[in-house]
Design a protein. Structure first.
Length: 196
């Protein structure tokens, strides 16, 4: 099976390849010219499907399966923000550091030093046999500070359930064992096997 990821991120390609080793995995930008995909969905599932559909339609190849993921962090005490806006929380052109700092400041502004939070990952699959979407979650707490240099995004302020260190302090292999994306990928793998 040929799997095209609706991403140009080679790091994600490697991550998916490690999970779906028996299939050829390529970034869509390796196959066609990259194009802008507007994420107008109101949920991680909707945005993942929007990206996968757009790439599948642009490819025009019924023999490929397109995978896309959408993920982010949600803080219930803040009404669920940043949620689907995690990647652009501090503005459309903001980087990971600005997003992290804004969420830390938002916790401080609300007098929260530590509060429940969770990551969500939605993985969409679009192919000739239909559209599918699976989810994975990782629960824990968000803290009003950054600790550690591992991981990316909001990892330095997130302490997963059962741990005292943030994802920024934990080894990457630990995170990969139970992360939201790892859990969603396990389910995506089951869907892929059923599509053979």
């Amino acid at each position: 099976m040929r799997i095209i990821l609706a991403t140009s991120n080679q790091g994600k390609v490697r991550e998916f390849q490690a999970w779906i080793g028996e299939h050829e995995v390529l970034a869509y930008s390796d196959v066609i010219e990259p194009f802008e995909i507007e994420e107008t969905g109101l949920s991680f599932k909707e945005n993942a499907l929007i990206k996968a559909r757009a790439v599948y339609e642009r490819l025009g190849d019924k023999n490929v399966t397109v995978l896309s993921d959408d993920s982010g962090i949600s803080v219930p005490a803040l009404g669920g923000i940043p949620g689907i806006y995690s990647a652009r929380f501090a503005g459309a052109n903001a980087g990971a550091k600005e997003n992290l700092n804004k969420l830390i400041q938002t916790l401080k502004d609300n007098a929260l030093t530590k509060t429940p939070a969770f990551y969500t990952a939605a993985i969409a699959l679009v192919c000739a046999k239909g559209e599918f979407c699976v989810h994975g979650w990782m629960h824990g707490e968000a803290i009003a500070g950054a600790r550690g240099n591992n991981g990316f995004g909001y990892d330095p302020m997130f302490i997963p359930e059962g741990y005292e260190q943030t994802l920024g302090e934990l080894d990457e292999s630990v995170k990969k064992a139970f992360s939201h994306r790892a859990r969603a990928l396990e389910l995506a793998h089951i869907v892929l096997k059923s599509l053979k």
